[in-house]
Design a protein around this ligand. Structure first.
Ligand SMILES: NC(=[NH2+])NCCC[C@H](N)C(=O)O
Length: 405
């Protein structure tokens, strides 16, 4: 839209040639998962961490081999914590919760973390800390400490950081820090917030959707075309979140149309990008079970305020808003059992590197074959371990810069 781009950042579509992306190489936070906490921490199994790291390295290598600059969250987090005392204070304040830890322990822990080296601090902020790991000697004065089991978390781990898509997203030359719906993920946004506020690379970057309160997660936000955004509303993003986002992007002249798309409130489709992602400027891959039933409310910026129409069929409303005759839906044509299995394994969750070129999990054999027979180049990656958190290539990436389409 109208805004001039700050150099080196900015995204106004799903498919413009990808230049820079934020990834998170999974680390010690995944080692915190047990059969007792995995449901609450939003994983459907316990990933084999070394293998997950290998798979992630291969994903990052593939992106690099295609000319994409990959920023790793732990690196930029550590760098921000190195250069900025304010970043340290922000990260620590979000992680140390006096309501849960009590005043004594919260103070001791904050004091320790303030002097910890940046690598250690970054590790604690991502992987969390247990009572057994508290570096400060047994404190007679903390009842909380005495009454907790050594394996309990003093600071909760963030295993879903792997899915960098959800805790921030770019729109035009601005970055939006999201408001994550579930307690297991809420603190992730404090890390993206401090990275974008304090890392030298992002100095001067402006924010979108600043006065947010209601939940919006990046996995629900698709930049269909410059000025046109689709927002899924379901298990995560709420109607209030979608409405607030729409008003905010209209005010900032970042979009003229927002399509609000109701999706089923269930685990398998926790974000819009689990059922639909863009693979070309005018094409999407979609879970067949919803392809012809998804609807959208169309919110438009008008001189007099915001107009709302619908709900209408999503595919038509999207084409209309994008100003194209037709939005091609790549019909994966699968029988419903295969389609359901491949949707669960993130077959519809592709990451476009350029128009018509996408990264996809290799295991979704049928969906990938259908994409190829529709002329899409599919770059396959392994995801046997990465996928146990229910997220594919799109979920695991936050584009920071794409070429305009
Ligand atoms: N954009 C996405 N689809 N992200 C997937 C997130 C998966 C993560 N385990 C969660 O439940 O939040």
């Amino acid at each position: 839209m109208a805004s001039e781009r700050t150099s080196g950042v900015g995204v106004d579509s799903e498919v413009g040639t990808l230049r820079t992306v934020l990834l998170h190489r999974p680390g010690d936070e995944l080692k915190r998962l047990t059969p007792r906490n995995n449901d609450q921490l939003l994983f459907d199994g316990l990933p084999w961490v070394d293998r997950a790291q290998d798979e992630h390295d291969a994903f990052a290598d593939l992106l690099r081999s295609r000319g994409v600059d990959t920023l790793l969250l732990s690196d930029v987090l550590t760098e921000a914590l190195t250069v900025s005392g304010a970043a340290r204070i922000q990260g620590i304040a979000a992680a140390v919760d006096p309501r849960r830890l009590g005043h004594t322990l919260a103070q001791e822990l904050s004091t320790y973390l303030r002097t910890a080296d940046p690598v250690t601090l970054a590790t604690v902020l991502t992987a969390g800390m247990t009572f057994d790991e508290l570096p400060i000697g047994p404190s007679g004065a903390s009842l909380v400490r005495r009454m907790h089991h050594g394996g309990d978390f003093v600071i909760e781990p963030l295993p879903n950081l792997l899915f960098t898509r959800d805790s921030s997203f770019w729109i035009g030359d601005r970055v939006a820090i999201t408001s994550l719906a579930l307690p297991a993920r809420a603190r992730e946004a404090s890390l993206t917030d401090l990275i974008y506020a304090h890392h030298p690379r992002f100095l001067g970057v402006r924010r979108a959707y600043e006065s947010h309160t209601a939940p919006v997660e990046g996995g629900d936000v698709l930049l269909l075309a410059p000025g046109v955004i689709a927002v899924g509303v379901g298990e995560r993003t709420t109607p209030a979140g979608a409405e607030a986002l729409a008003r905010s992007v209209f005010e900032d002249d970042l979009a003229h149309t927002v399509l609000v798309v109701p999706i089923q409130q269930q685990r398998a489709s926790m974000h819009l990008d689990t059922v639909c992602t863009m693979v070309d400027v005018d094409a999407v891959v979609m879970y067949p079970a919803v392809a012809h039933t998804l609807t959208a409310f169309t919110l438009r910026r008008e001189d007099s305020g915001v107009s709302i129409r619908g709900a209408d069929p999503f595919v038509e409303a999207a084409a209309d808003a994008m100003g194209i005759g037709k939005l091609r839906v790549i019909d994966t044509g699968l029988d419903h059992v295969t389609a359901e299995r491949e949707q669960w394994d993130d077959g519809n969750n592709t990451l476009a590197l350029a128009p018509g070129v996408v990264v996809a999990y290799e295991r979704n054999v049928e969906t990938n074959a259908r994409l190829e027979s529709s002329g899409i180049e599919v770059l396959r990656i392994a995801g046997s371990e990465l996928g146990s958190g229910r997220g594919g290539p799109r979920c695991m990436s936050c584009p920071v810069q794409r070429d305009p389409v």
